[in-house]
Design a protein around this ligand. Sequence first.
Ligand code: IYR
Length: 231
Amino acid sequence: MAQQHSYPFVPYRPERYAEQDMITRGREFYEHLDRRRSVRFFSDEPVPRECLELAVRAANTAPSGAHQQPWKFVLIGDAATKKRIREASEVEERQNYEGGRLPPEWREALAPLETTSDKGYLEVAPWLVVCFAEKYGIRPDGRRVKHYYVNESVGIACGFFIAALHTMGLSTLTHTPNPMAFLSEICARPANERPYILFPVGYAAQDAEVPDLTRKADALVTFSPEDVFGP
Ligand code: IYR
């Protein structure tokens, strides 16, 4: 029987595949994602703006709390703004690395990545994308709209964004200069938006290197107590 909805609903029939195809597709997707690495050495070669627009469109398909889509992606391609962002980032990061603001435990965790306060890649990469999280919405009459699960929603959207770039052969880094309030000012964003992640985007430099990391082998935990699921 047709249900009554206060909002229009439409049929949804996602693709189904034969079991062997499901496994092949799943394996290929996993192997594709497994080839992605965060990059700190970029080429200055230009990247078509359309690639960035497509990645943002992919991000914008993410599920979100109450479908409030609490994200904004600011695209920066001009040298002067990139320079401002690099300089402001480095002011903060020098405090972190050289000014003792990073606690010893944090420094130890970062040591294998060999990160420093030099954020040259923010000027080299052809694009910077700043994702902002909308802490709350604003109705046309100026009243605030509460947003739900903002961090989860924006995190998922950024994951889609990263995967889309990787699919196009582009590289990025989930950079979170700390603190990063300066991005609100430079990008002229309103008070309901807070900077979430700064992504340099471009081709990896031809001589780029990444730490030889491994991924954890115990990500999957199986939990099926017999009394619930049976033998
Ligand atoms: N924001 C600093 C420090 C830093 C923090 C984490 I957590 C990293 O995974 C990497 C770096 C920086 O960008 O250098």
